[in-house]
Write a protein that binds this ligand. Structure first.
Ligand code: IPE
Ligand code: IPE
Ligand code: MG
Length: 244
């Protein structure tokens, strides 16, 4: 039986989040510059988006560029922005054909104006699609998101004189992810065992899967492997095994 056939459809996660890491090392191994790795990483994005859509996954969040990544060498940042613009432009028809809706989370006011415009247009042009929700985390970091949420909440409360304790339900409305359920599964490639400022609040009870595979080598089969591992776990949410 293939890995895909071994998956139990009813026990698939509704939301998968991925830290796509290892592009630079992949390129270096092959004697190329880092941008070559990013360029090849796009094929993995296509393949995994397709894989998730085929499985009927409702949400896929991809960490594409972090707040901290702005500190990389200027030419790498510029190359990544260019790649982003080109890819988004090219992929809109495919997204529409496959009923995929694009969303962006992050501080996109920091993006170059043309990149920001392309992203917003792509989100608008796919807004009617009802299949997979593809969430790109761009210029994103969790601490930025949480502080942004606290500040927005404070200013909203100032206006309506509300002094009640903040509930989880109220707080969630100020996060970039307010319209999405929390991820049940988080995958990180490239053998790094850290979260790197990604969805710190939302990953509270996610199952974590780490693989040595570098992002440009990551394909549907690797996704199925992560999903099978996920399906073998017992999610207890603080309870005992017997209570489930
Ligand atoms: C992930 O690959 C892509 C981004 C962070 C934009 P890296 O560029 O971090 O690749 P490594 O980790 O240096 O190999
Ligand atoms: C995390 O990868 C961010 C993205 C994948 C976009 P990094 O390669 O930037 O993470 P660190 O800095 O090594 O933790
Ligand atoms: Mg990295």
């Amino acid at each position: 039986m293939s890995l895909k056939e071994q998956l139990i459809p009813k026990r698939l996660p509704g939301h998968i989040a991925i830290i796509m890491d290892g592009n630079g090392r992949w390129a270096k191994e092959k004697g190329h510059d880092r941008l070559y790795g990013h360029f090849n990483g796009v094929e993995s994005v296509r393949n995994i988006v397709e894989g998730c859509a085929e499985l009927g996954i409702k949400y896929l969040t991809l960490y594409a560029f972090s707040t901290e990544n702005w500190d990389r060498p200027k030419d790498e940042v510029a190359g990544l922005m260019e790649l982003l613009i080109q890819t988004i432009k090219k992929e809109i028809p495919t997204l529409n054909k496959n009923n995929i809706r694009l969303h962006v989370i992050g501080n996109i006011s920091l993006l170059p104006p043309n990149a920001k415009k392309e992203m917003e247009e792509a989100c608008n042009e796919t807004a009617k699609n009802t299949g997979l929700n593809l969430v790109m985390a761009l210029s994103y970091s969790s601490r930025w998101e949480i502080l942004n949420a606290v500040n927005s909440l404070l200013s909203a409360r100032k206006n309506n004189q509300n002094n009640n304790p903040v509930t989880e339900e109220e707080f969630k409305n100020y996060l970039c992810t307010k319209d999405f359920p929390d991820p049940e599964l988080m995958i990180r490639t490239s053998g790094e065992y850290r979260i790197s400022n990604f969805l710190l609040y939302q990953l509270a009870y996610a199952e974590l899967f780490f693989t040595d595979t570098l992002w440009p080598d990551f394909r549907k089969e690797n996704l199925y492997e992560a999903l099978l591992d996920y399906q073998s776990r017992e999610r207890r949410f603080g309870k005992t095994s017997e209570q489930l």
